[in-house]
Design a protein around this ligand. Structure first.
Ligand code: SAM
Length: 468
């Protein structure tokens, strides 16, 4: 029942413009965030259809349910995977099931469609029927990819090796699974798989994380023993990924302004076996880069608050373009740029990954371009040459992600690297993303193509070679 109560509360708050779905879901403290997020998004998406069904069957009058609760229940009964509660509400839904089903069937006949999805406006339909697979990151602090594969095979899952093309991922059905083609610790299942009640999830051996959200830590790739900052860290999936890459060795300074989210993060890190973190409920912008504690920080992951427009909750009404709120975007971009400029002030910083789950150029390429204008000591690294979706021109070194091109939520990642080594910074930098020769080329192309905001002529001298 708690699922539907929370979903109804969030639906009502969103309608009254009391917050964004993503934030409200996180703040709800509901234990299965993904389940709640999916229910709210899907109910919103089908809101008009559900409203018509509820009106024509006079469900509210007969049951005394409130509209948002009724919508969430009717969604699960008719379109989702069945009502997930017992008690009075389930009994009510079952009592009215035939009338509700008949009302849905009538709408489909009227609109001459056979699938529920075809009832949605085109902007809300998954293009070509593509849905995001279920991604499962193996937590190598607690287990290995091979052990997880063996465990699942013993449970009747069917392992099909490593994917060789993106198309392999959306062909998965039932209990089939694959290793991802880009990220070696990632397993991929059909979208319908839910591991929230699985032992491996509860024991912290697997982390349920979208593939795009695994990119920042994977690309930053700090060496074991490094000193790293996760600047806007909660609820902590990227911190836990960093910890796995660094094998819990070195230092991980994680900051977040929101105490509630930070407490969720503590729980998550505990479950994931992360032991070397220093969590601080602090404004990253007020952290002193010259403080001796951070003198050896060489890597920063910056994943600041953003519009969340890449999270596939397509139903806030209208297309993404229609939902674009220029004032809000401007405020977010200004904050993101301040964070980025601040992060580059850490004296021994070598690499920084900047990421957002936004699809807006204002929060992505424009923030990075403006930052590079202010910080000529840093250049962009060309990321994963084989990745199918690039940053918008001229920042093709960066990555974008989307449901249609990468089978993930919408996402953006850039990596900045110091061009000139600071004195005494002898730390060997690993480069899992691209061979050093390509990085050199990529940095040359940054020099050659000044970011769009300020088109002054630049010196086309070859950049100095630097060891990585
Ligand atoms: N990286 C996180 C993860 O993977 O779980 C998600 C980070 S979320 C996109 C952005 C976070 O930034 C929020 O938890 C928010 O509270 C935090 N935040 C916003 N402003 C901040 C600031 N000035 N300093 C530190 N954290 C901040």
């Amino acid at each position: 029942m708690a699922l539907y109560i929370k979903a109804a509360e969030i639906l009502e708050k969103v309608e009254r413009k009391k917050g964004a779905v993503k934030t409200l879901v996180y703040d709800s403290k509901y234990q299965n965030i993904k389940q709640l997020f999916a229910l709210v998004c899907e109910t919103q998406k089908y809101s008009e259809v559900l409203q018509e069904i509820i009106d024509t069957t006079r469900l509210l009058k007969d049951t005394k349910l409130r509209i948002h609760l009724a919508k969430a229940l009717v969604y699960d009964l008719l379109i989702g995977q069945g009502v997930k509660c017992g008690g009075a509400w389930k009994a009510v839904m079952l009592k009215h099931r035939s009338r509700l089903q008949a009302a849905l069937a009538r709408i489909k006949v009227r609109q001459k469609v056979s699938r529920n999805e075809d009832l949605l406006p085109p902007s809300m339909q998954n293009i070509g029927g593509v849905t995001i697979p279920r991604y499962v990151r193996v937590n190598t602090l607690k287990t290995t990819v091979e052990d997880v594969i063996d465990y699942l095979k013993r449970e009747g899952y069917s392992y099909h090796g490593t994917a060789s093309r993106l198309e392999d991922l959306y062909r998965l059905s039932g209990k089939e699974f694959l290793k991802d083609l880009h990220l070696r610790d990632l397993l991929v299942f059909s979208a319908k798989m839910d591991f929230h009640d699985h032992y491996l999830y509860k024991a912290g051996h697997i982390i349920l994380q979208d593939k795009a959200s695994c990119l920042p830590a994977h690309l930053l790739d700090p060496p074991v023993g490094a000193h790293v900052i996760d600047a806007c860290a909660a609820p902590g999936n990227k911190s836990s990924h960093l910890a796995a890459i660094m094998k819990n060795k070195g230092k991980l300074f994680a900051f977040d302004l929101d105490a509630k989210r930070l407490s969720t993060m503590s729980t998550l890190l505990l479950r994931a076996g992360v032991t070397f973190q220093q969590l601080a409920n602090e404004d990253f912008l007020k952290v002193d880069p010259l403080c001796p504690a951070y003198k050896d920080v060489t890597h920063i992951l910056l994943d600041p608050s953003c519009s969340g427009s890449g999270m596939l909750c397509l139903s806030d009404g209208g297309s993404e373009e229609q939902r674009r709120d220029p004032e809000r975007l401007q405020a977010l971009a200004a904050f993101q740029l301040r964070c980025l400029n601040h992060a580059l002030r850490f004296p021994r910083l070598q690499r920084l990954v900047y990421s957002t789950c936004s699809v807006h150029r204002e929060e992505n390429e424009e923030v990075v371009s403006a930052c590079l204008q202010n910080n000529p000591a840093f250049g962009l690294v060309r990321l994963l040459p084989e990745w199918p979706e690039r940053g918008l021109e001229p920042l093709a070194q960066c990555l974008r992600a989307s449901v249609t091109k990468t089978l993930t939520h919408g996402f953006f990642v850039a990596m900045l690297k110091r061009r000139l080594q600071t004195p005494g910074s002898s730390m060997e930098l690993s480069s899992r993303v691209t061979p050093p020769a390509q990085e050199e080329r990529a940095e040359t192309s940054v020099e050659d193509q000044p970011p769009p905001a300020k088109k002054k002529k630049r010196n086309r001298k070859k950049p100095k070679k630097q060891g990585t």
